[in-house]
Design a protein around this ligand. Structure first.
Ligand code: CAA
Length: 692
């Protein structure tokens, strides 16, 4: 074996050369890896004793893409294109042997091999779209030539990883190897290619599948239309589509030129910067400075949930989906049966759309059982309480849990803002108590705020973080404070939205500004959807707020056909003259004069206090880092990914501007705009939010 460089080896076995990459953790295409590939293929190409070449990777995966940390910096060593040319133009068969994931640049490398062999667990994808990019090394031109236009559109705009079997069916893989036998299968394939004098297949020359879509612009029009809502605001999906159009309509090299131009535009733009930041921010959020990786974990083989309502049921589904049995405890038989029936209905709805088989529905439902007695929770490893947000009820439950649950069990509450230290104080094991704050609908929303109380043990934290990953959630560790991180920042925005209305902005103006910014909906549309009467008590309502008046008029949101908005028969929201009059009356009563409020002011008034609240949260140590706040807001509240999150956004507009505006608002509107002391300090020191 001879080392090409620190991450690449070349061995020759008989007449087959094997180039082996070993660049942990994911064999990303850093300068070193590109150099190793380039030199390795150059040597193997030139060696007359070598009749075929196999490329294989050590470690957990084949090449998982370009090295994302290198984007934006000066490029060193051979370019990816130079490596690809060396491979594709090899005068002997090149076989890529794939395990783990061949993603992005990794798949683009595999696509210039003449043949591909993979283990059944391997997965294939061009996930650049999730980084606000497109595959910039020929992937946009080669994937449609292998997989066809429809498949390429779907894979490249979703970033989905296709399993090996599907890859085989679409022609992306030539042969499947048995698990554990990748190397020998690829070697045998290479020898056979030599023996049978198989052609050196270049994907670039294969035009059959792209020609099939030529002269059919309706394919693209229909795809754009079907996905318009999903792609709204994002540049990358549209740019990926344009590259596939180029693959269909232009010769290969001209298609490559389109790809290069659009890639450059994306990689230097603000959206991709925010999306690349998000990639690393998500991974950072998993790291807890004082909870080391080797912290002992508590095995969680069974879960108990208290409360069969919407929240409890949704939480239960997460665990059943991961194969973990759940027992749900309710007070009354009818509530329990209703909860279990809703879970079944949800699974059946997924099945009717093709997301699950009938058998999977039965398997998952069988994992969720019900009980009316809390003693059923005695054997479980984790209990999650999901009942009303009332401290007295929660304390009562935790007192009982303390008596019933086995030693070592994790006792979690799904409270969205109550003081978890107070809840823990009624138990003799506060180290076992933690907050697991799911977001509604809990089986769908990605975010899990994991709330660390004063005495929560490191094992309980580490176990909760790991469990979150197991059930497909993005977890962020936060501290105890009213509303925790997400709802506390939401509170700052909601307060401003309500005040703006009393100054003369209409709910639909505010919603439009926030929708155009990229949120899926504005605060008032959201209230209408959730129901205006959440927390509203008819008997105590006295017309004191706009919401009171609307609820008293039975305008309680979409469910009653009217709320802040009127709704037509298709549930389209329409500005409401009724609401407008209610607002007007309120303003007149307060003695104020309604004024015209610019879109710019609406945006600044809604967003800057959120950033300021984020700084306070960091100041109080309730979030570990600014990027954790951004991950909460992206995954729990629909902050547009291409704008990073409130803290990232704050850095883009500049902390000094945020501070100046907050001071301006404070001078004219009062101390609710008082800048956080840390904001003043960081601006004085020239720091950014990302430094916090
Ligand atoms: N570049 C740099 N670092 C990367 C990386 C990449 N492409 N992919 C993963 N990493 C790093 C992660 O940051 C993480 O580092 P830390 O341990 O320091 O946090 C480490 O590798 C392990 O990653 P994960 O925690 O994500 O591990 P996983 O096993 O859960 O997932 C994976 C592995 C599926 C490969 C996942 O990491 C992933 O999706 N990576 C990105 C793949 C991708 O987007 N590739 C396209 C890159 S862009 C491109 O290729 C453009 C082009 O056309 C040339």
């Amino acid at each position: 074996m001879s080392a090409i460089n620190s991450v690449t080896d070349l061995t020759v076995e008989g007449d087959v050369a094997v180039i082996t990459l070993n660049s942990p953790p994911v064999n990303a295409l850093s300068a070193n890896v590109r150099e190793g590939l380039f030199e390795g293929f150059k040597a193997a190409n030139a060696d007359p004793a070598v009749k075929a070449i196999v490329l294989i990777c050590e470690g957990r995966t084949f090449i998982a893409g370009a090295d994302i940390t290198e984007f934006g910096g000066a490029s060193k060593g051979p370019s990816l294109t130079e490596v690809q040319d060396m491979m594709e133009n090899a005068p002997k068969p090149v076989v890529a042997a794939i395990h783990g994931t061949a993603l992005g640049g990794g798949l683009e490398i595999a696509l210039v091999a003449h043949y591909r062999v993979a283990v059944p667990s391997a997965r294939f994808g061009l996930p650049e779209v999730n980084l606000g990019l497109l595959p910039g090394a020929g992937g946009t031109q080669r994937l449609p030539r292998v997989a066809g236009v429809e498949k390429a559109l779907e894979m490249m705009t979703s970033g989905r990883h296709a399993p090996a079997k599907e890859a085989l069916e679409m022609g992306l893989v030539d042969e499947l190897a048995e698990d554990g036998k990748l190397r020998e299968t690829a070697m045998a394939f290479a020898r056979k290619a030599v023996a049978e004098n198989k052609p050196l297949v270049k994907v670039r020359d294969n035009n059959t599948k792209v020609e099939a879509a030529r002269g059919k612009p309706e394919i693209f029009a229909a795809f754009r239309k079907a996905n318009a809502r999903k792609f709204r605001g994002f540049l990358a999906p549209e740019y990926n589509i344009r590259c596939i159009e180029a693959a269909v309509n232009l010769p290969f090299n001209e298609g490559l030129a389109v790809e290069r131009k659009l890639f450059t535009e994306l990689v230097t733009g603000s959206q991709s910067a925010a999306q690349r930041y998000t990639f690393f921010a998500e991974r950072q959020a998993q790291k807890i400075p004082d909870v080391p990786d080797d912290t002992p974990l508590i095995p969680v083989k069974s879960v108990g949930i208290i409360g069969a309502g919407t929240m409890g049921g949704g939480i239960a589904m997460n665990f059943a989906n991961a194969g973990i049995p759940v027992v749900i405890v309710e007070l009354k038989e009818d509530a329990l049966q209703r909860g279990l029936a809703t879970i079944r209905k949800n699974y059946e709805r997924t099945a009717s759309r093709g997301g699950l088989t009938a058998e999977q529905v039965e398997q998952r439902c069988a994992l969720i059982t019900g009980a009316l007695d809390m003693n059923a929770l005695a054997p479980v490893d984790l209990v999650i309480e999901a009942v009303f947000e009332r401290m007295d009820i929660k304390k009562d439950i935790f007192t009982k849990l303390d008596a019933i649950c086995k030693p070592g069990a994790i006792l979690a509450t799904n409270t969205s803002g109550l003081n978890i230290d107070e809840i823990a104080s009624v138990t003799k094991r506060p180290e076992a108590v933690i907050g697991l704050h799911f977001f509604s609908p809990a089986n769908v929303m990605k975010l899990l705020e994991i709330v660390r109380a004063d005495h929560t043990s490191k094992s309980v934290i580490a176990t909760s973080m790991k469990l979150a990953k197991q059930i497909g959630k993005i977890a962020v560790l936060v501290g105890v404070c009213p509303g925790f991180v997400g709802n506390r920042i939401l509170g700052a925005r909601q307060r401003e939205a309500q005040k703006l209305v009393l100054e003369g902005a209409m709910p639909w103006d505010i919603d439009r500004v926030l929708f155009d910014f990229g949120f899926p909906m504005g605060p008032f549309a959201m209230s209408d959807l959730a129901g205006l009467d959440i927390g509203w008590v008819k008997e105590r309502s006295n017309g004191e707020t706009i919401r009171d008046v609307l609820c008293e008029a039975d305008r309680r949101g979409q469910k009653t056909g009217a709320g802040y908005y009127d709704y037509d028969e298709n549930r389209n929201a329409l500005p409401s003259p009724f609401t407008e009059k209610v607002i007007h009356d309120f303003i007149v009563k307060s003695g104020a004069n309604p004024r015209t409020i610019s879109d710019e002011e609406i945006l600044e008034r809604c967003l800057y206090p959120m950033i300021n609240e984020g700084v306070k949260i960091l100041e109080e140590g309730k979030a570990i880092r600014a990027s954790d706040i951004d991950i909460v807001w992206q995954n729990g509240y629909g902050w547009p990914v291409y704008r990073g999150g409130p803290m990232w956004y704050g850095d883009q507009i500049s902390p000094a501007k945020v501070l100046a505006k907050m001071k301006e608002f404070q001078a004219t509107m009062g101390d609710q705009f008082k800048p956080a002391p840390l904001l003043e300090k960081m601006v004085a020191e020239g720091k950014k939010f990302s430094d916090l």
